[in-house]
Write a protein that binds this ligand. Structure first.
Ligand SMILES: O=[N+]([O-])c1ccc(OS(=O)(=O)O)cc1
Length: 451
């Protein structure tokens, strides 16, 4: 039995866990050519200590399997509907490894090169529960032991959606920070909400459980309605600032103050930048991570000498009254393609207007120069859409080593498509799929997982 002791915000959760040997090696999968509607098999951890049982998973089906053209890799599936994270084989959908999670998914789960799972979880008692809420994060080793467990959840702040490990072992994550009363007045907020949830990015040293860096959108706002407020200005002239009164983000009363809804981050190691996907602005913001926390709260310092102002932004020039065509209608999962010259983004689409999703590969500019006159939109290098590809929420896409692209359609399952847009793998599941990560069978992550 696991015994978990919680100490509140910013404090370490000490877990005294017995190593439960819950995973045994799966049997060799049967090789199949093009299995039609093959039910997946679930190999589940057996808490009883008896031999593992193999359970049928009647709901997952392999609809397309082109053995000659697929990338021979595993897929890490994160099913938020059933709060399960597992690795599958593509040919038969068989689950070959599943993690025993200590709480619900909140949302990202990623396998690290050392075989550990870094996972965003839900806190037991979050103060608010917008889609994608979390409040807790953990690292689970291949034996199922929780080797790090951290709570970021109180009345004001709550981690959500995404997290990523940096090369130095620190972890960056997204969090909401509740703003009310004078906070809203000061920045000239004119929406109806009595509270607004600011987006911040935090970096934690997991050995010390210390927050070592922080960026908060609240320090970089502009608006053109309240002349008495310090941040009053002409929005189109200051694209490095974020319009707190952007109409599109405010118009849906359901948001209840979650007006930004950041949902993903991607770290660019070469340039020490963070790409932040901001769903309700339909934009990706580029933020300098070379700053100190003090610089990140200002407009000076860092490699770009912009402090925490936006180094760049793209996807929706309407958000800052800029020019150029809007490309994104809600977006997810910006991630750099190997080589760093391009980025994949999943644009979900809007159910009532155009219920179609599109995956874009966009060219990263040589120099980030936020224009006030011309467009800042990125060149489209490749895209994929299909009449059947739509999910209003979650989802994403990753470029594979052979040039194919693995697409997660949150409400459906997974697609793999070639660069000529041929669908070579289609997995229909039952659930709500955050993001499928591809793992090469020869990767350190898989080897160290012991399968
Ligand atoms: O219900 N969810 O699990 C959920 C809902 C919304 C959501 O936000 S989104 O921007 O990632 O779609 C994330 C998770």
């Amino acid at each position: 039995m696991r015994k978990l002791k919680f100490i509140f915000l910013f404090s370490l959760l000490i877990s005294s866990c017995e190593k439960d040997d819950y995973h045994t090696l799966p049997e060799e999968p049967e090789q199949v050519g093009i299995p039609e509607e093959t039910p997946g098999q679930t190999e589940v951890p057996d808490e009883s200590g008896e031999e593992n049982s193999v359970k049928e998973d009647p709901v997952s089906k392999i609809l397309i399997y082109n053995e000659a053209l697929i990338e021979d890799s595993y897929v890490l599936i994160n099913n938020a509907a059933s709060n399960r994270v597992y690795l599958i084989e593509k040919n038969n959908g068989k689950i070959i490894f599943e993690w025993d999670l200590p709480s619900g998914i909140g949302n990202d789960a990623e396998l690290l090169p050392n075989g550990n799972l870094l996972v965003a979880l839900t806190d037991d008692d979050p103060a608010y529960t917008f889609g994608g809420f979390g409040g807790r994060m953990a690292i689970i080793d291949p034996q199922g032991e929780i080797v790090w467990d951290f709570k970021y959840s109180d009345e004001f702040s709550l981690s959500h959606h995404d997290l990523e490990i940096l090369p130095n072992g620190n972890i960056i994550f997204i969090a909401w920070e509740k703003k009310t009363g004078d906070d809203l007045k000061e920045v000239g907020f004119t929406g109806d909400d009595e509270q607004v949830y600011a987006e911040k990015i935090l970096e934690i040293n997991p050995n010390l459980n210390e927050i070592v860096w922080e960026w908060n959108v609240w320090d970089h706002l502009i608006q053109d309605r309240d002349t008495t407020s310090q941040n009053f200005g002409v929005i189109s002239e200051r694209p490095m600032k974020v319009n707190i009164n952007y109409e599109d983000a405010l118009k849906d009363g359901d948001y209840k103050g979650d007006i930004f809804h950041a949902n993903a981050l991607e770290y660019d190691e070469e340039n020490n930048l963070i790409y932040l996907s901001v769903n309700y602005f339909s934009e990706v913001w580029v933020i300098d991570h070379s700053t100190t926390t003090a610089e990140a709260s200002s407009s000076k310092g860092g490699n770009y000498d912009k402090g925490g102002d936006l180094v760049y932004r793209f996807g929706n020039p309407e958000a800052y009254n800029g020019s150029g065509e809007r490309l994104f209608f809600h977006n997810h999962n910006p991630n750099l393609v190997a080589g760093g010259n391009s980025l994949l983004v999943y644009s979900n689409g809007i159910p009532s207007v155009d219920p179609h999703s599109t995956v874009y590969e966009l060219k990263i500019p040589e120099i980030f120069n936020l224009e006030t006159a011309g467009t800042n939109e990125l060149e489209i290098l490749w895209s994929f859409s299909d009449p059947d590809l739509f999910s209003a929420k979650v989802s994403g896409a990753y470029r594979l080593a052979n040039g194919n692209t693995l697409i997660t359609q949150g409400t459906f399952g997974f697609w793999e498509v070639t660069n000529t847009k041929e669908v070579v793998w289609k997995y229909k599941g039952e659930g709500f799929f955050w993001r499928g990560y591809p793992y090469s069978k020869e990767s350190d992550a898989i080897k160290n997982l012991g399968i």
